[in-house]
Write a protein that binds this ligand. Structure first.
Ligand code: TXE
Length: 488
């Protein structure tokens, strides 16, 4: 049984009041360890350590900060196989996905922001006549909070802490209580990587307890959050009146727009991946597949034929392509969405229920069949609410304008994919779709320099590249007069 601890200052320690939470493996339903059920007192403890470390860390040369991030990246690389095993076991995701995406990306996040801070620069504005110089001084903010979800645990955890630390802030980070293990492993290497005590603190526990304490702490100055839209709105209500900086990366109901002139096979294969990767539990997953009328039947039949053959497997089996969903409550939530789709008259094309356990080890695991519906109107719940599971709908469109209208008929606006060989159409549609990200003839291709985030109910702010470093710094304009007489 694993026993996880908080990292506060230089110490790994349990919650002050000795409370614990069970940690459950989704593929088996078994308790495999426990994590601290921390509360506001532990956050206060972490704040004291972070506040003490801040003056020195923010004054540390960027080369030194970058070196600490690179050291941590190297430790992730050194332990990559153990981390991938742990991620798969903790989250239910296929081990192959953890090995090829989650852990390499966590390492890249740390290394990327090490380089980014070395290249980061700020602006100067010089008017004609050189009467004044304005320059932007980008200062470290102070102590900041990073709250991450369970779907891509170490990947999204490092995506937040790396730019925060690179920019000279001290961090109180809270991984999801559902998937805390890889963040706990990382916490054991933080001091070894050279970070001074208190620069990075990792406090485990429940969202409404630890997360809430971070969000409402009067001296934690910025919150970077990825998670559900309802939680994001709650955080905004708390932190907004306190005038904290906020970056909220929330849910999605992403359309995949399949035009008749697409590369059919590539569109088909990638749409299967974009719909069901990580059991549909990626905020960028496609969940509304919009197909042009003239290829609708052919695309649907080919999609259903392939998806019917996909069965969840034991996440720890290297051959597995679909694993378990993350928890019993999430399984029930996804099944509730499937039930609601039936009630609204949608036609089930495949899946629609629990999948057989792939082996005896996984007899009590949380496995759901990949599920496809058609004949659900755009305003049905199944086309409006984020399922965050292996469930998609198909809708038919006749014209480009109708595709755009359907794509935009959602409160969410995170990502879309557009499948066409017509370059002009691709640009036109990308420009019209209300989303923070548009992928044309591809999906989940990520360049860490690009702005990442959504519009509408998918959140506010952008992560990635300069956007993240700008978020984690406070710009001050410094105006210097160059003339001996002050101009009116
Ligand atoms: O996320 P929560 P949940 C969506 C998805 C999913 C739904 C709910 O639709 O079904 O959200 O998932 C912390 N103050 N996504 O309930 O609660 C929490 O401890 C501060 C989309 O698991 O939003 C965790 O660390 N923090 C998504 C983090 O917030 C709080 C990824 C996310 O948990 C808090 C995950 C509070 N009051 C779910 N309450 C994406 N965009 O990728 C909770 N937390």
């Amino acid at each position: 049984m694993l026993e996880l601890l908080n990292l506060i200052g230089a110490q790994l320690k349990p919650a002050q009041d000795g409370q614990w939470l069970d940690q459950i493996e989704p593929a088996t339903g078994q308790v495999t360890g426990r994590l601290p059920r921390s509360n506001a007192a532990d956050v206060e403890d972490a704040y004291a350590a972070a506040a003490q470390a801040f003056p020195s860390w923010s004054a540390t040369p960027i080369e030194r900060r970058a070196a600490c991030l690179r050291n941590l990246a190297a430790l992730v690389n050194q332990h990559s196989e153990t981390l991938a095993q742990a991620e798969s076991q903790d989250n239910g995701k296929p081990i192959r996905l953890a090995q090829s995406v989650d852990i390499p990306r966590a390492e890249q996040n740390l290394a990327f922001f090490a380089s980014a801070i070395e290249q980061f620069s700020s602006e100067a504005h010089i008017p004609a006549g050189h009467t004044h110089i304005n320059y932007t001084h980008r200062k470290s903010i102070g102590v900041v909070g990073c709250i991450s979800p369970w779907n891509l645990p170490l990947y999204l955890f490092t995506w937040k802490i790396a730019p925060a630390l690179a920019a000279g802030n001290c961090v109180i980070a809270k991984p999801s209580e559902i998937t805390p293990v890889t963040a706990w492993m990382l916490s054991q290497w933080v001091l070894q990587a050279g970070f001074p005590p208190g620069v990075l603190n990792i406090v485990h526990g429940l969202g409404p307890e630890v997360g809430q304490a971070i969000v409402e702490h009067p001296r934690i100055k910025a919150i970077s959050f990825t998670g559900g839209t309802v939680t994001g709105a709650h955080i905004a209500r708390t932190a907004g009146p306190m005038f904290k900086k906020m970056s909220l990366e929330l849910g999605g109901k992403n359309p995949a727009i399949i035009f008749a002139d697409c590369d059919f096979d590539k569109a088909l294969q990638t749409t299967i991946r974009s719909s069901f990767a990580n059991q549909g539990q990626i905020c960028l997953c496609s969940s509304r597949i919009l197909i042009e009328d003239s290829i609708y039947d052919r695309f649907r039949d080919a999609l259903v034929a392939k998806v019917q053959r996909m069965q969840p497997g034991d996440p720890l089996d290297p051959a597995t392509k679909m694993g378990a969903v993350v928890s019993a409550s999430h399984r029930d939530k996804v099944l509730g969405h499937i039930q609601a789709a039936h009630s609204e008259g949608a036609t089930l094309l495949c899946g629609g229920g629990l999948a057989d356990a792939p082996n005896e080890r996984c007899a009590n695991g949380y496995f759901i069949q990949p599920t496809i519906f058609e004949n659900a109107g755009p305003s049905c719940k199944i086309n409006q609410e984020e399922v965050f599971g292996p469930v998609i709908t198909l809708q038919r469109f006749h014209a480009e304008s109708e595709a755009i209208q359907l794509a935009n008929s959602s409160d969410y606006g995170l990502a879309c994919t557009i499948w066409t060989q017509d370059l002009g159409k691709a640009h036109r549609v990308a420009a019209e779709v209300e989303s923070g990200i548009a992928w044309v003839n591809c999906w989940l291709v990520r360049d860490l320099r690009t702005p990442f985030g959504g519009v509408k109910a998918s959140g506010v702010g952008r992560e990635g590249g300069w956007s993240a470093l700008q978020f984690f710094t406070e710009p001050q304009n410094v105006c210097i007069s160059l003339s001996s007489i002050e101009m009116p």
